[in-house]
Design a protein around this ligand. Structure first.
Ligand code: SF4
Length: 321
């Protein structure tokens, strides 16, 4: 790892050369933690990635790069591998959203940040999993809300807000949807003292609440948490072991945050192939060749920026999806 960092350091532009030039979108997946560490070494403008990332909640995949470009249109935005998409962002297109809006005239559109620039341009307010509930609460009670694209996060927001006029798009992330209720129940039965950290995008979130309601798992052990919320909960938990339902890269961050706790995946196959495309080698190529550049047309970026900025104004975007 150290060698790779050193190689990448050599590839970086000279101090002073890079500071105003580029934004790199990098992964925060600690399974390939070196990539993020390398990127952080590219001091100056690249450091903006961290702050843009924490606002936008992405992990270096394409929607995140577009979001960086939307927020910083005059900067060059690079992505280490342009094939790094997101199945959740692909759950809805701009045309589908326009059609949905026609069916609900007057509704406010709240989009999870894992969406394309075209979808953000059709959106009133973006949200992350950390602030989705607050964003929806900011919409007047009598106004219909179209929430997209994640059906599990939408169901969580509906439970929390109790809003009947919240309409949820039936999209999902293939990784999180694959973490299911029966798997969670089996893991919880095998480790009855463990806390359960469940990302609201997961297919097992409803099952977790059901298990708590049935008394199968003590209710206080079930925590539905955003990515940022998981880190905070890891630091404060008294549990010796925690079952974690989200993309498995998160385990590395949790273990670093609380080294004394035994974090285990509910589904250890829950790995995102898109995030794994952002490798140290891809980052190195990106730095050396200055590509692939991510572009968003001016009009789309202008419209999308309003939705992202309204999310930031509401606050608590959190540290992750
Ligand atoms: S884990 Fe799911 S939501 Fe996150 S980048 Fe991968 S496909 Fe998209």
């Amino acid at each position: 790892m150290t060698t790779r960092i050193r190689i990448a350091e050599d590839a970086l532009p000279e101090p002073g050369e890079s500071t105003n030039r580029k934004i790199l979108t990098v992964t925060l997946n600690p399974a390939i933690d070196v990539t993020y560490r390398v990127a952080r070494l590219a001091v100056g403008e690249t450091v903006r990635v961290a702050s843009v990332r924490s606002r936008a909640g992405g992990k270096g995949v394409h929607f995140m790069a577009e979001t960086a470009k939307i927020l910083a249109p005059l900067k060059t935005v690079l992505i280490p591998d342009k094939r790094a998409g997101c199945s959740l962002a692909d759950s809805i297109t701009g045309a589908q959203l326009r059609e949905w809006k026609l069916q609900h005239p007057g509704a406010m559109v709240v989009s999870y940040v894992n969406t394309t620039a075209e979808v953000k341009a059709e959106t009133d307010i973006c949200c992350t999993s950390s602030n989705a509930v607050d964003v929806v609460r900011s919409v007047p009670e009598d106004r219909d809300v179209l929430f997209l694209p994640d059906q599990f996060l939408g169901a969580h927001v509906k439970r929390e807000t109790g809003r009947e006029n919240l309409h949820v798009w039936a999209g999902e992330c293939h990784v999180h949807a694959g973490i299911n209720g029966p798997e969670l129940a089996a893991r919880a039965a095998a480790d009855p003292d463990a806390d359960l950290f469940i990302h609201p995008e997961c297919g097992c979130a409803t099952s977790a609440l059901y298990l708590a309601g049935e008394g199968t798992v003590p209710a206080e052990k079930v925590k539905i948490l955003s990515t940022g919320g998981m880190i905070a909960a890891a630091r404060s938990t008294n549990a010796k072991s925690v079952l974690v339902a989200t993309e498995i890269g998160m385990l590395h961050q949790l273990r670093r945050a609380a080294p004394g706790v035994d974090f285990r995946a509910v589904n250890d196959r829950a790995s995102c192939r898109y995030m794994k495309m952002i490798t140290p080698a891809a980052l190195l190529r990106c730095l050396r060749e200055g590509k692939d550049e991510v572009l968003v047309d001016h009009e789309t970026a202008e419209r999308a920026r309003g939705a992202v900025q309204r999310m930031i104004e509401i606050g608590q975007p959190g540290g992750g999806e």
